[in-house]
Design a protein around this ligand. Structure first.
Ligand code: ZN
Length: 134
């Protein structure tokens, strides 16, 4: 069982808090207990879990990744977005989140983020059940 939602990003790189969209997907899928996979079917984007209380944390992650993996660095890929491909692999295209009593099990400061590395674009996020028997 799975569902999807769209994320519209507004700059080349940014982290978008999608926690509420993922929670809505859990409700749509009527999952009471189990786990969901939050998956991004893109090669220049990623999914991560980190602090959502202070938006500067997401900005710092985006900024630091930009310094670790420069936009231009002698890459071979002719599309000109190799930095985005590298960041996607470093961060990873999915996260697993436990669900209890219909709610995402996240720490007080945690949120789920869509990481855009080659925007702005409209992206897709897939939320699928990891419940036994599905
Ligand atoms: Zn490319």
């Amino acid at each position: 069982m799975q569902t999807t939602f769209s994320v519209r990003t507004s700059s080349r790189t940014t982290l978008v808090d999608i926690t509420h969209d993922v929670q809505r997907a859990v409700e749509e899928l009527a999952i009471a207990d189990g786990a969901v996979l939050v998956y991004c079917p893109h090669t220049t984007a990623a999914i991560t879990i980190n602090e959502s209380a202070d938006p500067d944390v997401a900005r710092d992650i985006d900024s630091k990744l930009g310094r670790l993996v420069p936009h231009s660095d002698g890459y071979r890929h002719s599309e000109g977005n190799s930095d985005a491909h590298v960041k996607s692999s470093l961060v990873g295209c999915s996260e697993t989140v436990l669900v209890e009593d219909g709610a995402l099990v996240l720490g007080t400061w945690q949120g789920v983020f869509f990481c855009e590395f080659d925007g702005p674009r409209t992206r897709t996020v897939i939320v699928g059940t990891l419940t036994s028997g599905d």
